[in-house]
Design a protein around this ligand. Structure first.
Ligand code: PAF
Length: 271
């Protein structure tokens, strides 16, 4: 991949990278569309990164649809699809890891130890391999966005991190490859995440700024759903994830599937 990227750069062409783990859906394709409109050349990476999964997580059963992915990417007109193997990414002896620090510690960072180290390491490697001007990430993974922005800045990558809005189903469910795990009842129950965020954005717009009352209202909606079990529901600063702020972030188990969602309450909820 590096050879092609270097050639494009020498020719003065701008490069956009969309990093993915495959099982592409309309959320990914919105990143691809934005990358295609912003750049001369677009690379989409498809790599299920083993080092960002914990030992009891879903690496072995992570959804995969390589033929469909390739078809969608070809139709979208991307210039290269980068599909490294795990052995090529992490050959014997490879031991370097990228640790981003404080923004990677709370919430997802503490509930999924090693997750952001895995994400940061692979993102750094993908940036090096593809030499992009811009890289595209979905707002659905809000803490990942904050981690990647920090990494891009701290490591002097010079890469612009572009964030695209969460794409939702008609019932508000944020698109995620992991939605494939949900049965029909669970899919309905999963709408409680976006319902609670919508409620909070509306309450905020009407003048409710008390963090604990907003959080309590979100929890009340989630806890009223019998199939939902809340891992966390917090209001945080979108950049640091440390201080309190207007970004409502959720992680909720629906049966055996762990879903995340978020919304900045200072913005109207879409739809
Ligand atoms: O968001 C994802 O799909 C992954 O975390 C990423 C950014 C491709 C790194 O493996």
């Amino acid at each position: 991949m590096l050879e092609a990227s270097r050639r494009w750069r020498r020719e003065g062409l701008s490069i956009g990278l969309v990093p993915t783990m495959g099982a592409l859906h309309a959320g990914h394709m919105s990143l691809v569309a934005k990358a295609c409109s912003d750049n001369d050349m677009v690379v989409v990476s498809v790599f299920v990164n083993p080092i960002q999964f914990g030992p009891r997580e879903d690496l072995e059963r992570y959804p995969s649809s390589p033929d469909r992915d390739l078809e969608l990417l070809t139709k979208a007109g991307v210039d290269a699809v980068y599909v490294p193997t795990a052995a090529a990414m992490y050959p014997p002896g490879a031991s370097s890891r990228v640790r981003v620090g404080r923004v990677a510690e709370p919430l997802e960072g503490s509930l999924r130890p090693g997750h952001f180290e895995g994400v940061a390491t692979v993102v750094a490697k993908l940036l090096n391999a593809t030499q992009p001007d811009r890289a595209y990430f979905g707002q659905k993974d809000a803490q990942q966005v904050a981690v990647v922005k920090r990494l891009a800045l701290d490591l002097d990558t010079g890469v612009e991190i572009c964030v695209c809005p969460t794409v939702r189903e008609a019932n508000g469910l944020a698109l995620s490859s992991r939605n494939a795990y949900l049965g029909p009842h669970e899919r309905k129950a999963a709408a409680s995440l976006s319902l609670s965020l919508r409620w909070a954005a509306e309450a905020y717009a009407k003048g409710e700024q008390d963090q604990s009352r907003l959080r309590r209202g979100i929890l009340d909606i989630l806890e009223a759903e019998p199939l939902a079990k809340v891992a966390y529901a917090e209001l945080v600063d979108p950049e640091t994830f440390g201080a309190p702020g207007t970004l409502a972030v959720l992680a909720v188990w629906i049966g055996k599937t762990r879903l995340i969602d978020n919304h900045d309450l200072a913005q109207p909820f879409p739809g």
